[in-house]
Design a protein around this ligand. Structure first.
Ligand SMILES: NC(=O)c1ccc[n+]([C@@H]2O[C@H](COP(=O)([O-])OP(=O)(O)OC[C@H]3O[C@@H](n4cnc5c(N)ncnc54)[C@H](O)[C@@H]3O)[C@@H](O)[C@H]2O)c1
Length: 438
């Protein structure tokens, strides 16, 4: 109070005595005014300080366009010495001539299996995944747990986050990238088209931009899809067949990916291998795929929709077991040549390949249901429906001779044996204890 008095004395002293006389009310108003100003200044400092601390503590975040789905609007924190140590340990190569591989989409179905297989043989593996909720994220978390127990760390982040990707390459000079992160699923593209553009096009370009500029450039193996064959009617599908009639936005983004790969190979000398997977199934699979939700619905006694094409045409798929796909992925990594560019410039021609990875024996979807009925010992309520025109094609059938000769790819699991393994996993996983079958 006495301090206030002193201050008020100084403040109220008229510069020209006699000219200015302050009454009691204005005196208190001024005091209040100054006190509020002081408070405002203090709170502004606190607020600015908090913002400063926030930016200093969080090394980077991934800005995502606002028009994307809510699940994409997330930021992730990464960085710091403990984090870097974890990244390095996970990517540590343990076998002679082993690779250091960055696996994008590592918490996904294929990514988990490929990461585990690479780690098992002594390669260094670091995962990257944004854990989006396109399907139950708890399944992705369970896969993450499985990989963690096997020494693979999954960094939580988006392939669109350039700063994060650059940091990862700064910490580990990856020799290879196994790029599996994508917005999968054919039908969902009608609901959320932006997510396909975000992950399968923008994300892929961002990844390639970083890969082309790092030194040494990694070799890249990435997942395209059998869906690029679209409305092609020539069977079995060969890599030389036309792929310019996609039947879904998903297929179109995968086809775009193949063209983008061509560009980065041509301009920057990146070694790029695209793998066209044909309906992959197996333990730890994707809940949005028919074999998975048929199993769930059969056990619940719900009707199973079975599509048929015009004139009662059979809908069939070249179902490929996950272990066969994993062998194909490893074969592609093992035969991938080094990228030829450096400092963002091409120094010579680089490898560019595309392979079918299928099973070469399409099975009608109704037969898939019969196998599941036998394995689960339940009778299906079949609901025959016309194949809607929302992205699905009538059949897929892979010619795999190119992968056979170049990658030594030879699928060995038929649908009956593969589904048996899937059902065993499914029953165990959803038995309540959520125990992992390894
Ligand atoms: N499973 C199949 O039958 C099949 C068939 C053809 C092609 N493919 C392709 O194979 C790859 C793997 O498929 P899957 O079945 O394992 O799918 P999945 O959805 O289980 O795995 C993809 C993973 O990528 C992650 N992801 C998506 N967008 C991301 C982003 N922007 N940044 C970081 N992570 C992101 C997801 O969270 C997910 O965990 C995909 O590219 C898919 O298109 C799969």
């Amino acid at each position: 109070m006495s301090q206030l008095k002193q201050m008020s004395h100084i403040d109220s002293a008229p510069p020209t005595p006699g000219k200015f006389k302050m009454d009691k009310a204005s005196y208190f108003n001024r005091v209040r005014w100054h006190t509020s100003l002081a408070k405002l200044a203090v709170w502004s400092f606190v607020f600015l300080g908090a913002i400063l601390i926030f930016f200093l503590r969080s090394p980077a975040s991934s800005p995502v366009p606002a028009d994307l789905s809510r699940r994409s609007l997330r930021t992730y924190s990464w960085g710091g010495p403990v984090w870097e140590k974890r990244v390095r340990a996970s990517a540590q190569v343990r076998s002679r001539n082993g690779f250091a591989v960055l696996v994008t989409g590592a918490a996904g179905f294929v990514g988990t299996h490929v990461s585990a297989a690479l780690k098992r043989r002594g390669d260094g593996v670091l995962g990257l995944d944004n854990f989006n909720d396109y399907y139950d994220p708890s399944l992705k978390r369970a896969r993450q747990g499985l990989l963690e127990r096997n020494g693979v760390y999954i960094v939580e982040g988006d392939i669109n986050d350039e700063a994060l990707l650059r940091k990862l390459f700064e910490v580990v000079p990856f020799t290879h990238v196994m790029h599996l992160a994508a917005q999968a699923g054919v039908r969902y593209a009608m609901e959320n088209p932006g997510s396909y553009v975000h992950s399968n096009i923008a994300g892929f370009v961002n990844l390639l931009e970083v890969c082309k500029s790092v030194n040494p450039q990694p070799a890249i193996v990435w997942a395209s899809s059998s869906s690029v064959y679209g409305l092609n009617t020539k069977v079995p599908f060969s890599e030389r067949d036309r792929t310019d009639q996609p039947a879904s936005l998903y297929a179109a983004t995968k086809k775009a990916g193949e063209e983008i790969a061509h560009t980065y190979n041509h301009i920057y000398g990146l070694s790029l291998t695209g793998l066209r997977f044909f309906t992959v199934y197996g333990p730890w699979g994707r809940p949005d795929m028919a074999y998975f939700f048929f199993t769930r619905d059969l056990l619940k006694g719900k009707p199973i929709p079975i599509f048929e094409a015009a004139n009662h045409g059979t809908v069939a798929r070249d179902f490929t077991y996950i272990d066969d796909i994993v062998r194909g992925c490893l074969g592609a990594l093992d035969t991938a040549e080094k990228s030829t560019g450096s400092g963002g410039k091409k120094r010579g021609p680089a490898q560019l390949r595309v392979f079918n990875l299928g099973n070469t024996s399409p099975v009608p979807v109704s037969d898939l249901v019969s196998i599941l009925e036998r394995l689960l010992k339940v009778k299906a309520k079949r609901n025959i429906m016309k194949l809607p025109r929302n992205g699905d094609v009538q059949f897929t059938h892979a010619n795999i001779s190119y992968a056979q000769s170049e990658l030594g790819y030879k699928p060995t699991t038929d649908l009956q044996s593969g589904l048996k393994k899937f059902v065993r996993w499914y029953l165990n996983y959803y038995s309540g204890g959520k125990k992992a079958v390894e």
